[in-house]
Ligand binder design. Structure first.
Ligand code: NIG
Ligand code: FE
Length: 395
């Protein structure tokens, strides 16, 4: 029989519509929740182990990361902090292309080691599920290297659960014709990725200086033939119709959206596409926040994610993004919590992560009195433990 356990918590935020239990108890056997409710309603039993927490929540879900990166971009960061422009650096061969060089120089085993280390550190921040994109390979071999490392990490149950995204259109490598590159990614690489089951979804970076709506449509048409879900980097620097495109293709999410019109937001809401907002990136780039009031007015469901990457969001911390969503974007605590749990799961097409009887014991124990306190520790939240199906992700 699997070992039984009990968690006693001052407060349990379950993620359901009536989400709170004060003085809560969660009982379970192995990886499954057997009882959740108020202490006075808990059954009498003698569990093998009893744990204490201030707050328990579903394990956090980071719905947008580029966590399979290698190398460093500190020189570029210093330049940018002194006023150099992100897009200009990219056009001069820095930025994403610098990370491409690092992927070319590393072998798959070493990349896996780097990625696993990063995922372990993310878990220590309360995260039990992470979306990870490729997109720094930028060649057949490079993208496959990233996707194989991500897939191997996804097979390790001691790490957060992964959603694997093939970011097929991120940047054109230098010396490559743009049309030939787009064709290679869609016609040559995507079929291999699908055949070898190396990704759950595909992504493209649609923007004024990146890829066009037309190029992303070609990618999404091809992805549909392989039954792959789609998502989109849209409107980070300019609104070129990315939101409308995400809506047309029923994407799980449209991400960034610093620049989006009301019709674009309405299209997202109508198609049930989540807006994944990335406050660490806009803060690092000193951009104005996305129009959160307009998104709310259109009834778009909001997600907050880290965008963890070595360029625009040099962090591994979803709680930092959550804190910035409250500080910079005016998220309510409920938006912050749902944006890192239930809405993030919906964007990734994962089962609802609400803590409930019969559901998985995928949860975080916090040394915090209230979920509102999660908006305050600036990237250093006091995590007691993080479980994936009843198993601790923290050594
Ligand atoms: O989500 N905008 C494009 N991609 C990433 C940044 C990539 C990088 O700078 O390495 C983003 O912000
Ligand atoms: Fe991104």
């Amino acid at each position: 029989m699997s070992p039984s356990w009990r968690i006693e918590a001052d407060r349990v935020w379950t993620g359901s519509l009536e989400p709170i239990f004060e003085n809560g108890v969660i009982d379970g056997e192995g990886g499954v929740v057997a009882f959740i409710g108020r202490a006075e309603d808990a059954p009498h039993r003698s569990p093998a182990k009893i744990l204490r927490a201030g707050l328990v929540t579903p394990g956090l879900i980071d719905a947008h990361t580029h966590a399979a990166w290698a190398g460093h971009r500190h020189a570029e960061y210093v330049l940018r902090m002194q006023g150099a422009d992100y897009v200009a650096i990219a056009q001069a061969g820095g930025g994403i292309l610098r990370s491409h060089d690092a992927i070319a120089a590393i072998d798959e085993a070493e990349l896996l080691r780097v990625l696993e280390g990063r995922l372990r550190r993310m878990a220590r921040q309360g995260v039990s599920t992470v979306e990870v994109k490729s997109g720094y390979g930028l060649t057949l071999q490079g993208e496959l290297k990233q996707l194989r490392a991500i897939t191997r990490a996804s097979e390790n149950a001691a790490l957060p659960r992964l959603v694997r995204t093939f970011l097929a259109l991120h940047a054109v490598p230098s010396g490559c014709s743009r049309d030939a590159y787009v064709a290679q990614m869609i016609d040559e690489l995507l079929p291999i990725v699908a055949r070898e089951r190396l990704a759950d979804r595909v992504d493209a970076y649609v923007d004024a200086h990146a890829f066009t709506v037309h190029e992303a449509s070609r990618l999404f048409d091809a992805a549909a033939k392989f039954g792959l879900a789609v998502t989109l980097h849209a409107g980070q620097f300019a609104d070129v119709g990315g939101a409308e495109l995400a809506a047309k293709y029923g994407a799980g999410s449209a991400d960034h959206l610093e620049n989006i019109s009301l019709p674009g937001a309405q299209a997202l809401a109508l198609a049930g596409v989540r807006a994944v907002l990335l406050p660490v990136a806009s803060y690092t780039l000193r951009q104005a926040p996305p129009p959160v009031a307009l998104l709310r007015e259109a009834n778009v469901r909001l997600v907050v994610a880290s965008d963890a990457n070595p360029g625009t969001a040099p962090t591994e911390s979803l709680p930092l993004a959550m804190a910035l969503a409250v500080r910079e974007y005016g998220f309510t605590i409920d938006e912050m919590m749902r944006g890192a749990t239930t809405e993030a799961a919906a964007a990734l097409r994962l089962p609802c992560p609400v803590l409930r009887e019969g559901g998985p014991a995928t949860l975080t124990l916090w040394d915090l009195p209230h979920e509102a306190a999660l908006a305050m520790p600036w990237g250093a939240p006091p995590v007691i433990d993080v479980w994936r199906d009843g198993r601790s992700l923290i050594d």
